[in-house]
Design a protein around this ligand. Structure first.
Ligand SMILES: CC(C)(COP(=O)(O)OP(=O)(O)OC[C@H]1O[C@@H](n2cnc3c(N)ncnc32)[C@H](O)[C@@H]1OP(=O)(O)O)[C@@H](O)C(=O)NCCC(=O)NCCS
Length: 183
């Protein structure tokens, strides 16, 4: 039987959220969101041993870079986040998660839009990149609807080749690098 955790809710009404920059005080909430979001993956895709949230120090580093945004509801509860960093002229999406209870209500799209808008508004950036699962509907196809295109291997981006190699070493399969122009 499919556990409930692997069976995300059907599309529901869009949820109005505010997207704001994350601060250091958000780090525990970001870890909680990432841990909760990991439940949508089957163990065959994300083995439990690999389903650990980023450690606090890594999240602190990303937050300090000023490219982490949080989506919160009208009560101020954090429901999702996107964590990015710049690599050369690329804005790289290092992590994006929405709690399963608020999934498929437009929050992921709003967070991704924030990241894309940031890249489009920055003279120093001309592409947005990420790695994701090729075969899961909320991964590559979702990003495809936001203008991302799959790349062969790392598509010539060193940080993407390195990310794919790291992911392979960790035992992840079906990973793909994707990119979209900013601007
Ligand atoms: C990826 C993620 C952040 C998207 O957040 P979200 O708030 O659900 O995003 P949106 O509501 O804007 O859009 C989700 C879209 O994904 C697709 N999708 C999600 N779950 C799906 C499912 N079970 N079946 C089919 N399509 C699905 C749909 O296209 C959906 O849009 P729709 O509801 O309008 O049909 C969220 O699914 C998540 O946290 N997943 C677990 C962690 C993860 O995969 N992170 C990204 C790593 S690269």
């Amino acid at each position: 039987m499919t556990p409930d955790a692997l069976d995300p809710p059907p599309p529901a009404a869009r949820l109005a959220v505010t997207v704001r920059l994350a601060g250091h005080g958000d780090v525990p909430a970001l870890q909680r969101i990432e841990a909760e979001a990991a439940a949508v993956f089957a163990p065959s895709d994300l083995p439990p041993a690999l389903a650990q949230p980023m450690d606090a120090a890594e999240l602190e580093r990303l937050v300090a870079g000023g490219l982490v945004w949080v989506a919160q509801d009208e009560h101020g509860a954090a429901l999702g986040f996107v964590a990015c960093e710049t690599v050369g002229r690329a804005l790289h999406v290092a992590e994006m998660d929405v709690v399963p209870g608020a999934a498929r209500r437009g929050i992921g799209s709003a967070l991704l839009r924030q990241a894309i808008d940031h890249a489009e508004g920055a003279d120093t950036l001309d592409v947005v990149t990420l790695t994701t699962f090729r075969h899961l509907p909320w991964n590559a196809p979702f990003y495809g609807r936001h203008g991302f295109r799959p790349l062969a291997a790392g598509g010539g981006f060193e940080h993407l080749s390195a990310a794919l190699a790291r992911e392979r070493t960790r035992g992840l399969k079906n990973r793909v690098a994707m990119a979209r122009k900013a601007g």
